[in-house]
Design a protein around this ligand. Structure first.
Ligand SMILES: [Cu+2]
Length: 463
């Protein structure tokens, strides 16, 4: 099994010595392996340095941002289930920072959201803690700060990286893994048809590079490649296709799907992950990229190049956008019995504050920090009934827990669709269930940065 990013830097990969399993390994372009303090009695397993960095998306597109370990995306962090990791974070940026471990089940004090009680790391300061990863799968880490009107800060910037938690057994039915992060840059607010202000972007990248400017993903005929795709965009849903190929989706948000399905394209809302196997059985040079032409034209694409193939990269424009969650849910005969649950009703809406003004987002008529704090009883199963009365789709994220999607996109009674982010379509109701199995303050929010900044957050607390 070999891990790589599309634009990997061969030399930096060779320099990596995995002194022990689970150590930070950086595999993206220009990756730097920062050893623990040399000579220190206990070197950290994962060392993150937050510092200013310039992303060279193309020779003409240099983006000044803040990143982890001098690379975008940040280093690939591999951990093993149940094996304790020491994390050390140095903040060499000019702003207080916090690192959220998205999809892990950590104590609130280190989960990485100040709303849960994780301390911010002041400029020039460091943090050090240990964590024990549970449940294998494709997770990620990212900043969890406020951007407001500054569309270079928080998730608009370069602070995101992959986490892969390896299970005790690895089925290994693939030849190699490739990690891809979708991102949008250079945003500014523009008034939409609805009168609301929405961010629009100049540049879109995969692993920090615009289409044609990164290293291709190099494959051989007959390879089975496991793609781990993360949408780290601050606000945008993305649609991804690989011309000449299809995706066998094996996991959503790192959790194995109940039903393996082959898809012509993938849809990823902000913070969602899709893991999919691609059979490399169609030699050539192909584009993996955004299906919508204007987004691909802004740079969101990467080349998949077969050994020995040459010529112009090929892209076939799909005619329509196709995706639904329910195809990956359990087949009817495999559904487990229903369990008792308590309902938590949540109504999402926005408060229009006049043309050209940012709207305020509300849950049950209140904006964070004034939102309700529902109290959870440990061990109880809860159903979040999310009634989205707004005109926007929202990628809703629950920290520190996995939920099961039960109702979405008009489909009811779904089982086996386990996620930590779900895109709730406009003017619809979605329902998810989770077991309150991780006491501590738990943030629930829309993952769209401008929406969370405008109050679309609430905290659950345990009795
Ligand atoms: Cu939202």
């Amino acid at each position: 099994m070999e891990a790589a990013c599309g634009n990997r830097n061969q030399e930096s990969v060779l320099k990596i010595t995995r002194r022990r399993f689970g150590q930070l390994s950086g595999l993206a372009a220009g990756s730097v392996l920062l050893p623990g303090r040399v000579g220190a009695a206990t070197a950290a397993d994962v060392l993150l340095e937050i510092a200013p960095y310039t992303v060279e998306a193309s020779p003409k597109h240099h983006i000044r941002t803040v990143a982890y370990n001098g690379q975008v995306p940040g280093p690939l962090v591999r951990m093993r289930q149940g094996q304790e990791q020491t994390i050390e974070i140095h903040n060499r940026s000019g702003d207080p920072e916090v690192v959220h471990w998205h999809g892990l089940f950590l104590p609130s004090e280190i989960d990485g959201a100040m709303e849960e009680g994780t301390p911010m790391i002041a400029p020039g300061a460091s943090a050090r803690y240990t964590l024990k990863p549970d449940l294998p799968g494709f997770r990620w880490f990212h900043t969890h700060t406020f951007a407001g009107k500054n569309l270079t800060k928080a998730q608009y910037g370069g602070q995101h990286g992959f986490v892969l938690i390896e299970g005790r057994d690895n089925p290994g039915a693939y030849d190699r893994e490739v990690f891809l992060a979708l991102h949008d840059w250079g945003g500014h607010f523009e008034g939409g048809d609805d009168g609301f202000m929405n961010p629009v972007y100049d540049v879109s990248t995969i692993n920090g590079k615009m289409l044609g400017f990164g290293e291709p993903v190099r494959v051989k005929q007959g390879d089975r490649v496991l793609l781990h795709i993360l949408n780290s965009s601050p606000t945008e849903v993305h649609w991804i296709a690989l011309s000449g190929h299809s995706f066998q989706v094996v996991a959503l948000d790192g959790n194995a799907v109940a039903q393996l399905r082959t898809a012509a394209m993938l849809r990823l809302a902000p913070a969602e992950r899709v893991s999919a196997i691609v059979d490399m059985s169609n030699p050539g040079v192909w584009v993996l990229g955004e299906v919508r032409k204007h987004v691909q034209a802004a740079g969101m694409g990467i080349l998949i190049e077969y050994a020995g193939a040459g010529g112009k990269p090929l892209w076939t424009q799909p005619k329509s956008l196709v995706w639904n969650y329910r195809q990956f849910a359990a087949p009817v005969e495999a559904k487990p019995a229903e369990e008792a649950f308590a309902r938590i009703e949540l109504v999402f809406d926005s408060k229009f504050q006049g043309h050209g003004n940012e709207e305020l987002w509300q849950i049950n008529g209140k904006s964070y920090p004034h939102t309700d704090e529902p109290v959870l009883n440990a061990g109880q199963r809860y159903r979040l009934v999310m009634k989205n009365q707004s005109m926007d789709d929202h990628p809703m994220h629950l920290h520190r827990h996995t939920f099961e999607v039960r109702t979405i996109e008009g489909a009811d009674g779904l089982r086996g669709l386990r996620k930590d982010v779900v895109l709730v379509p406009a003017k619809s109701t979605a329902e998810v269930e989770f077991v309150a199995n991780n006491p501590g303050r738990t943030l629930f929010h829309c993952h769209q940065q401008d929406h969370m900044d405008r109050g679309f957050m609430m905290v659950f607390r345990y009795a």
